[in-house]
Write a protein that binds this ligand. Sequence first.
Ligand code: PEP
Ligand code: MN
Length: 351
Amino acid sequence: MIVVMRKGSSQKEIEAVAQHIRDAGLRASVSKGEERAVIGILGSPYPELKDALEALPGVDQVLVVSRPFKLASREFHPDDTVVKVGGVTIGGGDVVVMAGPCSVENREQLLSTARAVKAAGATILRGGAFKPRTSPYKFRGLGEEGLKLLAEAREETGLPVVTEVMSERDVELVARYADILQLGARNMQNFVLLDELGKASKPILLKRGLSATIEEWLLAADYILQHGKSQVILCERGIRTYETYTRNTFDLSAIPLVHKLSHLPVIADPSHGTGKWYLVQSMALAAAAAGADGLMIEVHPSPDHALSDGSQSLTFENFKLLMEKVGPVAAAVGRKMARAPVAAPARRRAR
Ligand code: PEP
Ligand code: MN
């Protein structure tokens, strides 16, 4: 159930409704929109509660939400959520591009990629320091060393950094270096990690699980939002189907559908969505046309030598070509590309 307050209802009226909900043994989650406040009821409300709440001062209407996800739903929060990070706004109408290598491999690889993606117009730098690998024998990331390199690349380019956190053990460590914490597809239903990320100080990028339905994905978002956090970005990265010519089946329809169902920004990752570098550009353009709030694109100085996901990584040149094409597509659907934040002037070294 969701209580929609009247326009201009007072703080006292909102608090009285929240207290009524708590007295019924349920939890109340208040969200204040531009026009009015909405109170989500968490738990299993009994049917008579609807009439009781509708009789309280300041209440406009009580909606029964039949969908299992609540906090991520549009009913609960009719306005779009806007995530702000390091001078970049995600979900505010502009298309944000997060680009960088699948894994941080070494200083030169990361810094050269950060410079190249920035020059081509990317707004956020991506790169994995903790890598989920199907095979335990493959490169599993540089760990904290990789986080330090990401922080150095941010310092130089001014690009905020998004990177994956794989375990609740590392949330605090990763949050010390990163601007956005990525929850990978393999962990979308790691409920302990979702709870920890709900308490973290940084925005969360929540990737869709390998075989997750949209409902399961939005329920995972509710796990994070339950802790009072509002800064969550969803990322469609393809789902596993019986098709084998692509790594995953990129679900383009998820983008407008999630916009209809949820207030959270949704970005598209056509790199993991397809697994093939030569499909990335067309799916990136399609995602921008479908209204994605951003793109996540893997880029590597030499994809053939990448330690992970080389086959879906773009060269600097191909990333530049993609960026040249995506702007006009965004403009065709009434949107523009987000601009990169300006890098802080290099600190003067003491002699
Ligand atoms: C990644 O972003 O490199 C990654 C591992 O993504 P996913 O969780 O979508 O597979
Ligand atoms: Mn990858």
